[in-house]
Ligand binder design. Structure first.
Ligand code: PLP
Length: 370
């Protein structure tokens, strides 16, 4: 039986055309920094990919700095301006939260959007200029954050503004200048590209301090011979993501069908962040009293892959920091799953999910009543 993959926010399957471009790139010989013909051919492949990633974010190619992941790009943004104090939202990805351990935190509303009043208060406190980081779409709930307003506020107080757009790329149009961002993070494997390659997009004239020192690659912002095959794959995925953006509405229709079906099957369930604008592929479903990990395992047995809204380490389920920030208690914050659709999702998959999840919810309702 075919399996259903509804975990695109963790990693989206490689698109076939991306794979083909990567396989062709495996035949390239040489180092892009070499001046001979081999090197120049590889350099051209890297620069073509840079132009494609730049187009995805509506910037110039010279504003794109390739990294080894979205995580690294977040670290480069948040650690690249050591003289600035960092302010970020409670619901940022762990790669941002961990990169700025002493940062001031912007709280979020019960529907999962950053509170701008709190951001303004944080900006007025403290002597040093700030660097504000707010994601465009949350990876657990899909809630779209008030990035443009936050960027305006940040600039009004002399702060720089970074936007983690990893979960928004390919789902919303990206435009660094229109969002008002100085820095933006993207990652290939969330848009049908390979894992292990990301990019930090930087406003012209801004110069983050590098994290990795060595050769002069990426105009001295990121040393190390480029991951040429990965970068070529990123370029191909970026071009397709831009081309396929109009198809996002089809994914939204599938997601809405899934949510309506789930709520009809289990009226006690809740869709987290449903009151807010969200990217159309993500659903965070909370079934009170049934741990997310249990739901993930039951669905996996039925051939449907989703993830828990909470992280599991050393056998212990950690309640989701995102749901906790939205005001859910520890039990609820550990009782959600994240269903994330994408380019290969279809109605049959949604129906398979609903059959499996509905059966599980019914068993849970019976055992809770007993
Ligand atoms: N930012 C967000 C919002 C994410 O969802 C992720 C990955 O889940 C990352 C950053 C990190 O990207 P990468 O997996 O490329 O390190």
């Amino acid at each position: 039986m075919n399996k259903v993959y509804f975990d695109h926010n963790a990693s989206s399957p490689l698109k076939p055309a991306v794979k083909e471009a990567m396989v062709r790139a495996l035949d390239l010989t040489g180092n892009p920094s070499s001046v001979h013909g081999f090197g120049r051919t590889v350099r051209r492949a890297v620069e073509e990919a840079r132009a494609r990633v730049a187009a995805l974010a509506a910037v110039k190619p010279a504003q794109v700095f390739f990294t080894g992941s979205g995580t690294e790009a977040n670290n480069l943004a948040l650690r690249g301006f050591p003289d600035r104090r960092v302010i970020l939202s409670e619901i940022e990805h762990d790669s941002a939260l961990a990169a700025a351990p002493g940062a001031a935190r912007i709280p979020v509303t019960s529907w999962g959007a950053a509170e701008l009043g709190a951001l303004e208060r944080l900006l007025t406190e403290g002597e040093r200029p700030a660097l504000v980081s707010l994601m465009l779409a949350n990876n657990e709930t899909g809630v779209i954050q008030p990035v443009e307003e936050a960027a305006r506020l940040a600039h009004a107080w002399g702060a720089l503004f970074h936007c983690d757009a990893v979960q928004a790329a390919g789902r919303l149009p990206l435009d660094l200048a229109a969002l008002g961002a100085d820095l933006m993070t993207v990652s290939a494997h969330k848009i049908g590209g390979p894992s292990g390659v990301g990019a930090l997009i930087v406003r012209e004239g801004l110069d983050p301090e590098p994290l990795i020192l060595g050769g002069g690659q990426e105009r001295r912002r990121r040393a190390g011979t480029e991951n040429v095959v990965g970068i070529v794959g990123f370029g191909a995925a970026a071009a397709l993501a831009l081309e396929d953006l109009p198809k996002a509405a089809e994914t939204t229709a599938l997601r809405d069908r899934l949510e309506a079906g789930a709520l009809a099957l289990a009226p006690a369930a809740r869709v987290m962040g449903a009151e807010a604008p969200r990217v159309g592929n993500t659903s965070c479903l909370l079934l009170p009293g049934l741990p997310g990990e249990t739901q993930v395992m039951a669905l996996d047995l039925a051939g449907v892959a989703v993830s828990a809204g909470s992280a599991c380490s050393s056998g212990k389920v950690k309640p989701s920091h995102v749901l906790a920030a939205m005001g859910e208690d520890a039990v609820n914050a550990a009782s959600a799953i994240r269903v994330s659709l994408g380019w290969d999702s279809d109605v049959a998959g949604v129906e398979r999910f609903l059959a499996a999840w509905g059966a599980m919810a019914a068993r849970h309702a019976r055992s809770s009543a007993a």
